[in-house]
Design a protein around this ligand. Sequence first.
Ligand code: DX5
Ligand code: ZN
Length: 227
Amino acid sequence: MTRPLLIAPSILASDFSKLGEDVRAVDQAGGDWIHLDVMDGHFVPNITFGPDVVKALRPHSRKIFDVHLMIAPCDPHLEAFAKAGSDIITVHVEAGPHLHRSLQAIRALGKKAGVSLNPATPENTIEHVLDLVDLVLVMSVNPGFGGQAFIPAAVEKIARIRAMIGGRPIDLEVDGGVTPETAAAVTAAGANVLVAGSAVFKGGASAYRGNISAIRNAGALARGEAA
Ligand code: DX5
Ligand code: ZN
């Protein structure tokens, strides 16, 4: 069954002095999920925010909070992110030695579980957890910063993971360098959730709606759907 095409604006690219306002703005501009990038300065070379910020943003939107943890270790923080109002919590396969435990813990907290892979990580590392996840997040840049160039090898990786997922009810998400130009190839390869930071937030609040539509239309066209 084909899963719906969804656009997840990444607030990493928003103005951090008015996060709540920007979350409301991308919600109202048609974003399907809100993608929140949590970075620890250890697993990735940048630091963003923790569960208190997720909690503070929660009242600003009723849309799915798609929380991307780029932290190691992640296990000690899962409960806090669940209590903060996350709907999906995604951990990296590279972030710790006990991936099953992390994914089981997320589901035990009543949340959807996601697993993410860095560009250099082969897809066979997630083959054994596909029955424990609701989402696979393919990184198409090395995580840590917004505004990086899309790594083209991600397209074939997405296609291989799409085939590996088969009929399981799993969303396939791509993150990094997604623009109206790269959206077509990743969608044709089988990604159904497109994270976009700079491509959504460029041009200021009045441009958000058009920016989200441009990505959605490119993806819809590649799926053979009416835009
Ligand atoms: C990168 C983050 C991304 C980032 C994407 O480590 O995981 O979510 O916001 O930004 P763009 O869309 O600008 O590449
Ligand atoms: Zn992300």
